[in-house]
Design a protein around this ligand. Structure first.
Ligand SMILES: Nc1ncnc2c1ncn2[C@@H]1O[C@H](COP(=O)(O)OP(=O)(O)OP(=O)(O)O)[C@@H](O)[C@H]1O
Length: 910
């Protein structure tokens, strides 16, 4: 049965994402419109995967485990589902689906309401803010507001560097909504210091008058100043009646102790108030600087987006208006990894969820669904509060179901995880092992030479035939990751890390960037770097003129001239990415922030990543390595005390304060419990990534696994069987669907070797291609626009009758029923594909609307020509396109040459 308001709270690998896909498809089969289903994830990767999983599941429905689940949920028969999946898939592919990250969704809302925030709708988002720009802007604003003193005092008082203060400001900025109800007052704290020192004097007197006072007792009450007094160990005691003072003890001493403690407590509180008061003042300036920066640059970080959307929603009290502006189109909401949602994010989603679950108004048939695992909540530092899961469930009266079987891991791994966490994580329900998963291997090794051990285990796996891409080493920090990377490199083992996966760090891309730097700056060093990276002899490079040529053409020219296109997708991605940069300066000064990763298929090596980054992923073999360095003491200056999801209070961390302030002591205890929970959760995430084999490498002292009291152990048999499977997967590479722009066909044609002597007919051909490319739709109404664009570009080299001739030819083409039948499907113009180390450009690639009952699509490859000359060459060229598409998609493909002749259109099938 399809329960309208449902959540799955279930452990790792139990199929939450699986059930999310089942839910999405069940909604589709029940007739929901794809464009009315909002599915939110945390990462782009997860959003893309979900999209792909939906398509793949529909395509292979009869063989998928999802089929029975969907039948159960929808109460529709398997036959009905199979008979209707084609229709559902078509609807899905043709709809504007809303499967995206929570950040993109908020960005979308902000674009709709951008003018409320004095922004232009075309603002851009970057995951990392221009820290330096912001810092300098902030300092300027601080100076203008006359708050330099505040900043300096704050820094001195808290013993923090400016950058630390800066992150505190950011923390406050993000939590501004939650902090709104808390007031801070400026206070004088010196009177409390005086009072404490006064009471100390009295205490000293009592001790000095006591004949039996030991030298330790006398020394214990000596303090030159307030700080020294606070550092005394006896301050934390309830009474002074203990060994040191026993011989002189009088009840008056405890009265003084009490007074001193009270004075210290009040001094701490006053200091805390001043600190937060100053921070709040500075946060206003910080927010102002941020605003100035995004108004100047139209550039926002995701936290800015969330902040602004929240503010705007508060401005608009008419929520109907919000839904109207959101196209009133969200009837179903699905949320993934709900445990990581921040309170602010939930506050923004709340009105939508309320509408959906209240079952009235425009959301009469709406539904709400979320999945998560509180045990995997590891983003407390980003504002995620795991209690949110329960609160949301209660607030919305959501049914919660459990999933008890682990579908990811083998028995040994599942049972090890159960054993380790059952007694340690609250409400832990041991997972069941899936039928048939009775293998697996777990080894806990202790070796203080952590890196050596990791390298040895990786080698062992490789020797046993493990696929290198299926081995992951999970580390505590990025720094540790670098060391692991270094150690593996020393042994000539390839490694893939987050940095290596960045597109701009790929060799071919680095080379092109050096080339562009040489072109722009003219410094010899860049030329040398360029040649070193492409392993060619240094020779002169002709300087390009950026005023006359586009960056794209310069890069394409270099690719051609130096034969840079080897068998990799990275240059393709780079070409696509640079088309977004307005000019060479923007590219050269900003490329480091280019947030594009290299093609996964190009990356080969052991995956080295942090535990945090491993969330949601799974690997055949996982090695979790202990911290290489000692755990640093918590440096968080602020302790946030939550009551469920309500921020109750905040405290300034002060050493020894828990001995004098009960409230603070309670908050600190709560905080410690949460830190412990975070640590446990992170380890839980790490251990549950393994499908087959799990290794835990720990050290004998200060181990991050101490909390688990792990014993050295070996469970099960180590077996590696990934080799064949991966080999199989590799032979079929799915075609990339992303629309890419690498210039136009005409640009390429002009680069191609010209064999025709007739310049006029070449120009005519180029212009005709251009006009065809510029047609937004294949209909007569689109001709004038495309023609105007063509004239703009080629008008000066064409005669009037040639232009008329060209228009006639295009009209005839669009009138040809044969041509129109070939383009019935999804059309990709100017499609660049990579095949056998060559870059090919297909004029028009059509993914035909599938024939009834056929599981796979069929592709039409259409090449335009304006004359019959070089007919044989055309045939062989299109033939090679057909082979490429067949091989890449593993689907059927036909090639056609479309001759747009003077008086007719002839289509010849290859
Ligand atoms: N009911 C099921 N039948 C068959 N396979 C399943 C089922 N549920 C999940 N799986 C498979 O088990 C693996 C883990 O599932 P999934 O990724 O959905 O788990 P999860 O609960 O989202 O895990 P995590 O919390 O670690 O992200 C996947 O490979 C998935 O395809």
């Amino acid at each position: 049965m399809l329960i309208n308001n449902l959540a799955y709270e279930a452990s790792a690998g139990s199929g939450k994402t699986f059930m999310l896909v089942v839910r999405y498809l069940s909604l589709l089969f029940k007739g929901a419109e794809p464009s009315k289903i909002l599915a939110l994830t945390f990462t782009n990767k997860a959003a893309n995967e979900m999209q792909e999983r939906i398509v793949q599941t529909l395509e292979e429905l009869e063989h998928r485990g999802e089929l029975d689940e969907i039948a159960k949920v929808t109460e529709l028969s398997r036959e009905y589902l199979l008979a209707n999946r084609k229709r559902v898939l078509d609807e899905f592919l043709n709809a504007h689906t809303k499967i995206m990250t929570i950040d993109s969704f908020f960005t979308k809302i902000l674009r709709k309401f951008s003018l409320y925030a004095s922004l232009m709708p075309d603002f851009s988002t970057f995951s990392s803010q221009h820290e330096l720009k912001l810092l300098s802007r902030f300092l300027k604003e601080v100076s203008v507001a006359g708050k330099k003193e505040t900043l300096i005092t704050l820094s001195l008082q808290s013993n923090k560097r400016l950058t630390d203060i800066f992150s505190l400001l950011d923390e406050f900025y993000i939590k501004f909504a939650e902090l709104k109800h808390i007031e801070f007052k400026k206070q004088d704290y010196r009177e409390f210091e005086k009072s404490a020192m006064g009471s100390l004097e009295e205490l000293k007197n009592i001790i000095s008058l006591c004949k039996d006072a030991s030298s330790t007792a006398i020394k214990s009450v000596e303090a030159q100043n307030f700080e020294e007094l606070c550092a005394k160990a006896w301050i934390g005691r309830d009474t002074l009646e203990y060994s040191t003072f026993k011989k002189c003890f009088t009840p008056e001493m405890d009265t003084l102790l009490f007074k001193i403690k009270e004075a210290i407590r009040e001094q701490n509180r006053a200091k805390e108030q001043n600190f937060f008061f100053a921070i709040k003042e500075l946060v206003d300036i910080y927010a102002k600087s941020k605003k100035a920066l995004y108004m100047d640059d139209s550039e926002l970080s995701f936290s800015d987006v969330t902040y602004l959307v929240y503010e705007i929603l508060n401005l608009l009290d008419d929520s109907e208006f919000l839904y109207f502006r959101l196209d009133a189109q969200i009837e179903h909401m699905l949320l993934d990894e709900f445990q990581d949602t921040s309170i602010l994010q939930y506050e923004i989603l709340k009105p939508l969820i309320n509408e959906i679950t209240s079952g009235k108004g425009i959301f009469d048939n709406g539904s709400f669904f979320f999945v998560g695992d509180v045990k995997q909540s590891i983003y407390r530092f980003r504002g995620g509060v795991s209690a949110l899961f329960d609160v949301v469930r209660e607030q919305n009266n959501t049914d919660v179901e459990k999933l008890l079987t682990n579908y990811r891991s083998q028995k040994e791994v599942v049972e090890f995880v159960n054993r380790v966490f059952e007694q340690r994580i609250r409400n832990y329900t041991p997972q069941l092992v899936r039928d048939g998963a009775d293998g697996g291997y777990v080894e806990v090794v202790q070796n203080d030479e952590l890196l050596e051990e990791v390298v040895a285990q990786v080698k062992r796996l490789l020797d046993m035939g493990a696929q290198i891409n299926e081995i992951a080493v999970l580390c505590a920090t990025n720094g540790d990751g670098q060391e692991v990377e270094g150690a593996l490199h020393e042994q000539k083992i390839d490694v893939v890390t987050e940095t290596t996966t960045k597109l701009i760090n790929q060799n071919s891309v680095k080379a092109v960037l050096e080339y562009l730097k040489y072109q722009y700056f003219g410094e010899e060093i860049y030329k040398e770097n360029f040649y070193a990276l492409i392993s060619q002899q240094v020779r002169p490079i002709k300087r390009a003129d950026f005023n006359k040529t586009t960056i794209l053409d310069i890069v394409k020219g270099a690719i051609e001239e130096f034969g840079l296109f080897s068998d990799d997708f990275n240059l393709l991605r780079f070409l696509s990415a640079i088309s977004l940069y307005s000019d060479i300066e923007a590219l050269l000064f900003e490329y480091e922030r280019m947030d594009v990763s290299a093609a996964a298929s190009e990356l080969n090596g052991v995956r080295v990543l942090t535990v945090h980054k491993s969330k949601g992923l799974e690997f055949e073999h996982v090695i979790v390595i202990d911290r290489l360095k000692k755990v640093p003491p918590s440096r968080d200056a602020i302790i946030y005390e939550y009551d469920a999801i309500l921020l109750k209070n905040i405290y300034l961390r002060i050493k020894g304060r828990d001995g004098v302030d009960e409230e603070y002591a309670k908050a600190l205890l709560k905080e410690k419990a949460l830190v412990r929970e975070d640590t446990l959760n992170a380890l839980y995430v790490a251990f549950t990534r393994a499908r087959e084999n799990l290794f835990v490498v720990l050290k004998s002292k200060d181990s991050m696994f101490d909390i688990l009291e792990l014993k050295k152990q070996v469970c099960g048999n180590l077996v590696c069987h990934g080799a064949d499977k991966t080999g199989e997967e590799k032979s079929i590479t799915p075609l990339e669907y992303t629309e890419l722009y690498y210039g136009t066909q005409s640009d390429i044609l002009s680069l191609e070797k010209v064999q025709d002597d007739d310049l006029r007919s070449i120009n005519f051909g180029i212009a005709l291609h251009y006009m065809l490319e510029m047609l937004p739709e294949f209909d007569i109404a689109s001709i004038p626009g495309a023609k105007a664009m063509m004239i703009n570009k080629y008008g000066d080299i064409l005669e009037d009758e040639e232009i008329e001739d060209m228009q006639r030819r295009v009209e005839m083409l669009l009138d040809s029923s044969e041509f129109l039948s070939l383009i019935d499907g999804e059309c990709y113009r100017e499609k660049a594909i990579r095949y056998k180390k060559n870059l090919k450009y297909i004029d028009l690639l059509v993914r035909e609307n599938s024939k009834k009952g056929s599981l796979f699509a069929s592709w039409n490859i259409i090449d335009y020509k304006s004359s019959f000359s070089h007919h044989e060459e055309h045939i062989s060229q299109v033939g090679s396109y057909v082979r490429a598409i067949k091989e890449i998609t593993a689907e059927d493909a036909q090639g056609y040459i479309c001759y747009l002749l003077k008086d007719s259109v002839k289509i010849s099938k290859i």
